[in-house]
Design a binder for this molecule. Structure first.
Ligand SMILES: *[C@@H]1O[C@H](CO)[C@@H](O)[C@H](O)[C@H]1NC(C)=O
Ligand SMILES: *[C@@H]1O[C@H](CO)[C@@H](O)[C@H](O)[C@H]1NC(C)=O
Length: 410
């Protein structure tokens, strides 16, 4: 008993010294009062490994949920869990372009009090401090996060290029959530050969859960395409070898070979799984004010390549400063908000917009059919979704590849 407490204290001291991250929430977790005797210390000890460079970015969200679930759900548990959500995950500045993975599973964290909160990332990447500022403000006042992953929240704030969406390890969480969340159950095997990247990994914590000198190898299939909605799910992550070597006050990199394994993805059933999908959401009293509530889907928006298709609000007034997005839910959410904020739409119009938005979210698709679904629901069937004149849809097989490329763009 004593030795366990001492071990945890020692590990906390070690990790804080090792990573120099005072925001590490381990201490706070260990001090939560609720739960079974020793449970807080156990979770705190295990939580350390979630913050190491080799950890999956979704793991710390699972742990944050566990803190609330297992430690009584009191204010101290919530605060400790928020600390886990916001905590910066250690990364290796010398490997893989110092990629900053954030969780792309929209179902995580599941705890209501923990949703809408974004994490810190390496300040060397967050050079302007915008990610840190959003983390602080969202911890105090969470963002609206229905259907959105942590990656989506950052992307929505214009910070998506600083981070990469990562699937839960093994896809178990996303797979189950996806099938349930979207009420879909069509099986869809897709191979997304995402970026095999050789990375040097430096998770050289030497004791406890952190790192053993054994080998571990991550196969991370970071993909914002299927990351953030119920559309897709399971990334297989295969483990292989990761040599951790310890250098005096330095991080010695070892090999960590990432291989994207084949995905076995449970895809949402789409429109046929959703009652009323494709149906008009209008009741007759809608007034959309100064805006036309339609969305586009086309390639080459912003500085993207012509082959990369994104969604966008069609109406310039409604669009405002909104950037185009790979995730249609970001755009439909923004449009419905703008109806209130700038368009002068009435309540019936906003209700109809929210219903159309829900249809898109439930459909879980990302192609022309998605934009058509939304536009049709609001009475704009046949609205031209590619006004720039390029192709009107992605080739079915090309979609995944395009999204993967985008997700790894630094
Ligand atoms: C420490 O890391 C730096 C940066 O990569 C490297 O240049 C240096 O050789 C390392 N020193 C040791 C002792 O490993
Ligand atoms: C749109 O995407 C969904 C899901 O990937 C797919 O089932 C559907 O066939 C696509 N629609 C078109 C028109 O390609």
């Amino acid at each position: 008993m004593v030795s366990k407490a001492l071990l945890i204290a020692a590990v906390i001291a070690y990790v804080e010294a090792r990573f120099g991250q005072e925001q590490i929430p381990i201490q706070a977790i260990s001090q939560v009062q609720g739960g079974d005797a020793g449970a807080a210390a156990t979770i705190a000890g295990a939580a350390i490994s979630d913050l190491l460079g080799a950890a999956n970015a979704c793991d710390k969200l699972v742990t944050a949920d566990k803190i609330v679930a297992d430690l009584g759900g009191g204010a101290d548990a919530i605060a400790a869990a928020i600390g886990m959500v916001t905590a910066e995950k250690n990364t290796n500045p010398f490997a893989n372009g110092n990629v900053q993975n954030v969780c792309g599973d929209p179902t995580l964290p599941a705890t209501a009090e923990l949703r809408g909160i974004t994490p810190l990332i390496d300040p060397a990447v967050d050079v302007n401090g915008d990610v840190a500022a959003l983390s602080a403000s969202s911890a105090a006042s969470p963002l609206a996060a229905d259907g959105l992953s942590i990656f989506d929240l950052l992307d929505q704030a214009g910070l998506g290029d600083l981070v990469v969406a990562q699937q839960p390890a093994g896809g178990a969480a996303a797979g189950g959530a996806a099938a349930g969340g979207a009420a879909g159950n069509a099986n869809n095997n897709q191979n997304q050969n995402a970026n095999d990247q050789n990375a040097n990994d430096d998770a050289n914590a030497d004791d406890q859960a952190a790192a053993d000198d054994a080998a571990a190898c991550d196969a991370q299939n970071a993909d914002d395409a299927n990351a953030d909605d119920a559309q897709n799910a399971n990334d297989n992550q295969a483990a292989a070898g990761d040599n951790n070597q310890q250098g005096a006050n330095n991080q010695t990199a070892a090999g960590n070979d990432q291989a994207a394994a084949g995905d076995n993805q449970a895809a949402a059933g789409g429109a046929d799984a959703v009652a009323g999908a494709g149906a008009s959401t209008l009741t007759g009293g809608e007034d959309f004010g100064q805006c036309t509530p339609t969305i586009t889907f086309q390639g080459g928006e912003g500085n993207r390549p012509p082959t990369e298709f994104t969604f966008q609000i069609a109406d310039p007034l409604a669009r405002g400063g909104q950037g185009e997005a790979l995730n249609p839910n970001i755009i439909t959410n923004a449009l419905c908000n703008q109806l209130t904020n700038v368009c002068g739409a009435n309540d019936a119009a906003i209700t109809a917009c929210e219903a159309a938005k829900a249809q898109v979210e439930a459909a879980g698709t990302r192609n022309k059919s998605t934009a058509d679904l939304f536009n049709t629901a609001l009475g704009f069937e046949g609205f031209v979704t590619n006004p720039a004149g390029g192709p009107d849809d992605v080739p079915a097989a090309g979609a995944a590849a395009n999204k993967v490329r985008r997700s790894f763009r630094a």
